[in-house]
Each structure stands twice: as structure tokens, then as C-alpha cells.
Design a binder for this molecule. Sequence first.
Ligand SMILES: [Zn+2]
Length: 121
Amino acid sequence: MSTVPSRASYGALLAGFRASAVARRDALSEAAAQLRRDRGAETADDEHDPEGVTLSMEWQRIEGLRLAAERDLAEIVEALTRWSVDDYGRCEGCGRSIPMERLRVRPAARRCVPCAERVGG
Ligand SMILES: [Zn+2]
């Protein structure tokens, strides 16, 4: 039998995830802003400037990562909202506690592994 984690330990887990998601989002925002400045400093002529093309691709890559970080952060915030009303860590499928090991990997998970596999995610 595994012990059921306390509500406080879920809160600590989520707070940690939120802090790292915020840090990642902020770092990527800063990287995107820096690239924008670099591009602004160069000519805006991406098509004829090899350096401009490279910056464009880098910008797209960072912007994609930034959006993913925003999405992760939104999921964590949503999970924290569930936690605040004492509805976090319970499987929507079977109603049992979602194992802590799963929540450590996917803090915003709404279902235990067997239920998630049944519904395909
Ligand atoms: Zn379940």
C-alpha cells in the first residue's frame, strides 16, 4: 500500500512546478525580446540577409518554446485552482487518488494512468 500524499505536499509540488514554469516562460520571453532587438539592429531585409534568415528561424523556435511554456503554466495554474478547492489529485475516471509519481511527471494530469490509457490521454 502506498500512502496518500498530504494536501500540503500536492501544494508544494504544484508551487514548485509553477515557479519553474514561470522562470522558463520569463527566460524565453527575454530571449525573444533580445532577438527582436538584434533583428531591429540589423536590416529588416530577411530575404537577402543570411543573418536575418537565421534570426527569423531562431525567433520562430524560441516563440514556439515560449508558447509551450505559457501553455504549461496555464495548466499548472488550472491545477492549482483545483487544489485550492480540494479537488486536485483525484482521477476523473475512477475517482481514486492519482499516484504522486505520475503527478511529479504530469502535474496537471486529471486521470490515473489506466484511465488515461482507456480514454487515450
Ligand atoms: Zn482512474
